[in-house]
Design a protein around this ligand. Structure first.
Ligand SMILES: CCCCCCCCCCCCCCC/C=C/C(=O)SCCNC(=O)CCNC(=O)[C@H](O)C(C)(C)COP(=O)(O)OP(=O)(O)OC[C@H]1O[C@@H](n2cnc3c(N)ncnc32)[C@H](O)[C@@H]1OP(=O)(O)O
Ligand SMILES: Cc1cc2nc3c(=O)[nH]c(=O)nc-3n(C[C@H](O)[C@H](O)[C@H](O)COP(=O)(O)OP(=O)(O)OC[C@H]3O[C@@H](n4cnc5c(N)ncnc54)[C@H](O)[C@@H]3O)c2cc1C
Length: 593
């Protein structure tokens, strides 16, 4: 914190970049404080509450996290069981964990780090439940950091990754907080206990929408770091003879290695631009919401849910491909890739489990489809739903951006229509609405993935057509954009071909184009990863280091293994030698027998 002051970092973005540079892979123990706790106080507190608490948070006089998930509920927020019951006599809320399943479980940094939490609890006043609301709760003594009386707090134990975060559990036993500790920007409880409801109950979900937007950028950061490591290593690693009797080839010259890595390189660029686009949309709509204009809230929710799920799923699969493309050394922590994976794969679960998030977007698409069928106007990002599905592709040898975007629009429109028609057919068969929905959710997930894929392709194309970029760079970025789109079609050909949108010749064109693009990109592959400009200390990789001195780095890394602190390990004296002595004694005995 002081260091950031010294360096004059004023903007939250600069501060975040500094924090990530300081803790490049594990999330900092203060990540949730800065990324979720403070911004939520700013956005969900009244002006008075913000003025009081935000400076304390920004100066780390108050360190907090976001405590919503319970043992029994993470996804279904309306099912949360922690209660906050208003006591008008004392002007306090009484927080309680009435059941085992209501114990808060997973909140990051709650175990040992924070002294405050934003707690999501069911609000009760005048004997009535008004649903979940956020409350600022002090959980540790500000003098000696001991746990406040009435609370049980602890760590939940080892996890797959996320080792920099002390995820914990927290149990309330009739724990009292002041009335004014309820975040009251949108909903209020008056001194007499009257409840003033918000314009939209989902405004209290705003913190999650914000983090989902951040996570889209995290998907870019983690995938691109793995791609940097794998591409640089593929340029250094020589293995096997490409030409019989010739020197061993750079593994990057194998077409299969290019087919593994270059689409992921293209995806990294596509996700960077998508994350920036998502952030711009979030900034605009969230400021509208703060001014009371909630019109675009559903669109923001749907886009944030869909992109968070789509990008984290693709990034995690891609990081695994990068690891495997580095052979045995990729499996070592020396590569840096396992830690990248272990710390981002949780993003497919946290801040909204991906399937559930995709279904939120699907629900929005279903409603928009019906509006489109009625001829109602649709938001620009959704207008493709009214695409004429009888039209066939005009794709030619050049695989133009226009023909590619048209293909993705057609695919998404067709798949949304298929899912919606199944839902409608289910209803016509007499199914209740919720059953008709549930029995069409698998096609809806596929359609929503196509919807997100379209957003990313169209966004990439739009930026290339709008931004002023020097011709040489524009040419290389156009190759990446085309590769991202063509590869996506080739890998999902069935979804594009199901209604004969492409003819056989066009399928052949696409299969040839994806291989030709690998050759086009090969000369620039290392420059394209260097362009991300990740310093070695951030990559923490012997394979991806800028100077390419991989084997020297691996050898030094191995020598630093703690197991090498002694030549003979204590396990020899404790287990191996006694076992061998026992064997030799028994052998002597059997020899005598
Ligand atoms: C520059 C600064 C940078 C700083 C960067 C900081 C870095 C940070 C990086 C990230 C680090 C992250 C570390 C991990 C931290 C993890 C934290 C957590 O995991 S916190 C807990 C997260 N939990 C969840 O996300 C729970 C998921 N569940 C839900 O969101 C909801 O239960 C649901 C949306 C799935 C369902 O909600 P429900 O109330 O049941 O609504 P319905 O489904 O019935 O829908 C009714 C209606 O409401 C609309 N809706 C729902 N949610 C929203 C919303 N958020 N906004 C707007 N509208 C919403 C929904 O669309 C429906 O609308 P309708 O018109 O009726 O169809
Ligand atoms: C690394 C990490 C950090 C976290 N940090 C925090 C934190 O700081 N604060 C916090 O409050 N929480 C935190 N969490 C908890 C996280 O938010 C929840 O785990 C997440 O919201 C998923 O909820 P769940 O665990 O109940 O999963 P569940 O919803 O129980 O998922 C189980 C399965 O049920 C399926 N499912 C559930 N509902 C539906 C549905 N309606 N339709 C179809 N399928 C469905 C899911 O798709 C999934 O396959 C963290 C979790 C992790 C892993």
């Amino acid at each position: 914190m002081d260091r950031m002051e010294e360096l004059g970092f004023r903007s939250e973005t600069d501060r975040q970049i500094f924090r990530e540079a300081a803790a490049p892979v594990e999330l900092s123990p203060f990540g949730l404080h800065s990324g979720m706790f403070v911004p939520t106080l700013e956005r969900q507190g009244t002006p008075e509450q913000s003025r009081k608490w935000v400076p304390l948070g920004k100066s780390f006089k108050m360190i907090g996290t976001y405590a919503q998930t319970e043992l029994g509920h993470g996804t279904f927020i309306r099912g949360l069981e922690t209660t906050a019951t208003f006591d008008p006599e004392t002007q306090e809320f009484i927080l309680d964990s009435p059941t085992l399943s209501s114990i808060k479980y997973w909140p990051g940094n709650v175990a040992k780090t924070v002294n405050h939490c934003l707690v999501m609890a069911q609000l009760y006043t005048q004997g009535k439940c008004h649903g979940t609301h956020l409350f600022l709760v002090q959980v540790r003594n500000m003098e000696d950091h001991t746990i406040m009386p009435g609370l049980e707090i602890g760590d939940i134990g080892p996890k797959l990754g996320f080792d920099g975060v002390d995820n914990g559990f927290m149990r309330f036993n009739k724990y009292r907080i002041p009335r004014m500790n309820m975040l009251m920007r949108y909903a209020k409880v008056l001194e007499n206990g009257d409840y003033i409801k918000p314009k939209n109950a989902k405004l209290t979900y705003g913190a999650m929408v914000m983090i989902r937007v951040f996570i889209v950028m995290d998907a870019f950061k983690t995938l691109s770091r793995a791609a940097v490591i794998a591409v640089r290593y593929s340029a250094v690693r020589r293995q096997s003879e490409l030409r019989p009797g010739g020197e061993e080839a750079q593994v990057m010259d194998y077409q299969t290695q290019q087919y593994k890595l270059f689409p992921l390189l293209a995806t990294s660029y596509a996700f960077l631009l998508a994350a920036e686009g998502m952030s711009q949309i979030y900034a605009k709509i969230s400021s509208d919401i703060e001014r009371g204009n909630l019109e675009d809230m559903p669109q923001l929710h749907a886009l944030a849910c869909g992109l968070k799920a789509f990008c984290t799923w693709v990034a995690c699969e891609g990081i695994e491909v990068c690891r495997m493309s580095c052979g045995g050394h990729g499996y070592s922590h020396a590569s840096g890739i396992p830690k990248i994976y272990a710390n981002i794969v949780g993003a497919c679960t946290y801040e909204g489990e991906n399937t559930v998030m995709m279904l939120q977007t699907a629900r929005y698409l279903s409603k928009c489809y019906i509006r489109g069928q009625r001829g109602e106007s649709l938001p620009e990002l959704i207008q493709y739903l009214t695409t004429d599905l009888n039209v066939k592709s005009t794709l030619g040898e050049d695989c133009s951006f226009e023909s590619l975007v048209a293909a993705y629009s057609h695919r998404a429109a067709r798949m949304v229509a298929v899912a919606c028609k199944l839902q409608q057919t289910n209803k016509k068969k007499g199914m209740a609405g919720h059953d008709a929905w549930n029995k069409s959710t698998v096609p809806f997930i596929a359609a929503t993935k196509a919807h997100c894929h379209l957003f990313i392709v169209r966004n990439f194309v739009t930026i290339l057509s709008q931004k002023k970029i020097d011709p040489a760079t524009h040419n290389v970025l156009s190759q990446l954009c085309t590769l991202y789109a063509v590869y996506g079609i080739v890998e999902n050909m069935g979804e594009f071909m199901q209604d004969g949108y492409f003819n056989q010749d066009q399928v052949s064109i696409l299969n040839r184009k994806v291989l030709a693009l690998l050759e086009d990109i090969r000369p620039n592959a290392v420059a394209l990863v260097d362009a991300f400009d990740y310093p070695d200390h951030l990559l923490q990789s012997c394979l991806g280091r800028y100077d390419g001195q991989v084997y020297e780095a691996l050898y030094e890394y191995s020598k630093s293994s703690p197991l090498n602190n002694t030549d003979i390990h204590s396990s020899y004296y404790n287990y191996i030698r006694p076992m061998m002595q026992k064997r030799s004694e028994s052998k002597n005995i059997s020899a005598k027998l």
